[in-house]
Write a protein that binds this ligand. Structure first.
Ligand SMILES: *Cc1c(COP(=O)(O)O)cnc(C)c1O
Length: 401
C-alpha cells in the first residue's frame, strides 16, 4: 500500500530505460515468486534464463554464505583457487581448454571478439578482423555487441557503430559463404536465438558453419549466453549438433542469479590471449566463483540434464497441443528443452498474451517475431510444467472468445 502511493506521488529515481511492469517481488521459493502484495506467481521467466536452480536454492545459499564469511574479492593480481576450479570443471565438460571470467553476457562477447581478432593477429594476419554475424541476433548492449548484432533500432542515436561486422540472414549458408572475404576472422552465431524469438535453425546449420570455418580458417564463435548452461537439456546447446566451436560465450544461467559470465576457447583459439591481452577487475572473484561452482555442480550432477530434457519434452508436447487447439491464436511452438517460444498470430500481440498470463499468475517474457518465451527454472518438474500449461490453456480460451 505504502509503496504504491509513493510511486504515484514521486517519479522513480531510476533511469527510465525499461518499460517496467509495476509488479515487484519480495521473495522467491523454487519456481515461484511472491510479490510485495503477497501474491504467488509461477516464474517461467527465471530472470530471463538466469535463475537456473530457481529461487533460494539451498546449494546456492550455502555456497554464498560460506564464501561471504571467508573472502569476497582479491583482484586478478593473485591466483583465485575458486576460479581455477570452476574453469577446470567447465573445460572437463566441454570442448574448451581455457576460460576467462567476467560479469555479464555482453562482456563475454566483447572478450570473445577480441580473442578472434587477436588469434589472427598473433598468426601474422591482423587484416583478418571482420566478423560475420546473423540477422535477428542479440549479443548485448555495449556499442560493439550492438554493432555485432546490427539491430538498427538499438543503435539509433548512439553515434557511429563499431566497425568490423558483416551481417547475413540466420540459417542461410549461401549468403554466408558469399560474405566471406580475405578480411574475415570469424563467424558469430547463437545456436538458438533467444531475444530474436527462439529461432532454431535446422540441425545441420551448425555443422555447415563448422565446415565453412574449417575450409576458410575462420573461428566459429558461439553466443550461448542464453541457450547455454543446461537450458536446452545439454550443458551447451551446440552439443545437439555434435560440433565443437573454437570459442563460446556464456553468462545468464552460469551464476544462477549472481552476475557471472565467461568466454571459453580451445588452446589454439586462445593463442592471442597472453598476459596483458585482456582483464577485468571483478571478473572471477571468489564470491562469484563460489556461486558459479555451486550452480555448475548441480547442472552436472547425475540425472540433472536428462531431467531438464524430460521436462522440456513435457512442456513442448503441451505447447504443441495448445497450438493445435488454438490455430487462430498461435502459429507454432519452437525451441529446445526449457527454452521454448510460442509464436502468436498477427491478431494476438505477444504483449497481450504475456499480460494475460501474468494476471493469471504465470510469468513469461516476450521476444522478437511476436513470440512469447517460456523459460522455466531448470528445476521445474511435471507439476510446475502442468500448472503453466493449464494457465496457458485458460488464457487462450479467454483470448479466443
Ligand atoms: C542476454 C544476452 C546477451 C547479453 O548479456 P548481458 O548479461 O545482458 O550483457 C548476449 N547474448 C545473448 C544471446 C543474450 O541472450
Amino acid at each position: 500500500m505504502a509503496t504504491s502511493s509513493v510511486v504515484e506521488t514521486k517519479p522513480s529515481a531510476v533511469m527510465q530505460t525499461y518499460a517496467r511492469s509495476e509488479l515487484a517481488f519480495e521473495r522467491g521459493e523454487g519456481c515461484y515468486l511472491i510479490s510485495t502484495e503477497g501474491r504467488r506467481y509461477l516464474d517461467f521467466v527465471s530472470g530471463i534464463a538466469v535463475n537456473t536452480l530457481g529461487h533460494a536454492h539451498p546449494a546456492m545459499i550455502e555456497a554464498l554464505e560460506s564464501q561471504a564469511k571467508k573472502l569476497w574479492h582479491v583482484s586478478n593480481l593473485y591466483t583465485i583457487p575458486e576460479s581455477e576450479e570452476l574453469a577446470a570443471l567447465l573445460c572437463d565438460n566441454s570442448f574448451a581448454d581455457r576460460v576467462f571470467f567476467c560479469n555479464s553476457g555482453a562482456e563475454a562477447l566483447e572478450g570473445m571478439i577480441k580473442l578472434a581478432r587477436r588469434y589472427h593477429a598473433a598468426a601474422g594476419n591482423p587484416q583478418r578482423n571482420r566478423i560475420i554475424a546473423c540477422g535477428g541476433a542479440f549479443h548485448g548492449r555495449t556499442l560493439t555487441t550492438l554493432s555485432a548484432a546490427g539491430n538498427a533500432k538499438y543503435l539509433e542515436g548512439c553515434g557511429p557503430a563499431s566497425p568490423g561486422f558483416d551481417h547475413v540472414p540466420f540459417g542461410n549458408m549461401n549468403e554466408l559463404r558469399a560474405a566471406i572475404t580475405e578480411e574475415t576472422a570469424a563467424i558469430l552465431v547463437e545456436p538458438v536465438q533467444g531475444e530474436g524469438g527462439i529461432n532454431t535453425p535446422d540441425p545441420g546449420y551448425l555443422r555447415d558453419l563448422r565446415a565453412v570455418c574449417d575450409e576458410f580458417g575462420l573461428l566459429l564463435l558461439l553466443d550461448e549466453v542464453q541457450c547455454g548452461m543446461g537450458r536446452t537439456g545439454r550443458l551447451f546447446a551446440h552439443e545437439w549438433s555434435e560440433i565443437r566451436p573454437d570459442a563460446l560465450a556464456t553468462a545468464k544461467g552460469l551464476g544462477g542469479g549472481f552476475p557471472v559470465g565467461c568466454f571459453m576457447a580451445t588452446q589454439e583459439a586462445s593463442g592471442g590471449m597472453g598476459p596483458g591481452s585482456h582483464g577485468s577487475t571483478f571478473g572471477g572473484n571468489p564470491l562469484a566463483m563460489a556461486v558459479g561452482l555451486a550452480v555448475v555442480r548441480q547442472i552436472l550432477a547425475e540425472g540433472f540434464l536428462s531431467s531438464v530434457a524430460g521436462a522440456g519434452e513435457r512442456l513442448k508436447a503441451g505447447l504443441e497441443r495448445l497450438v493445435a487447439d488454438y490455430p487462430g491464436l498461435f502459429v507454432e511452438s519452437r525451441g529446445y528443452g526449457l527454452m521454448q517460444g510460442l509464436k502468436c498470430q498477427d491478431e494476438l500481440s505477444n504483449v497481450t498474451l504475456v499480460n494475460t498470463l501474468r494476471d493469471k499468475g504465470l510469468l513469461t517474457v516476450g521476444a522478437g517475431d511476436n513470440v512469447v518465451r517460456i523459460l522455466p527454472p531448470l528445476v521445474a518438474g511435471a507439476t510446475e510444467i502442468d500448472e503453466a500449461l493449464a494457465t496457458l490453456n485458460s488464457a487462450a480460451a479467454e483470448l479466443a472468445s
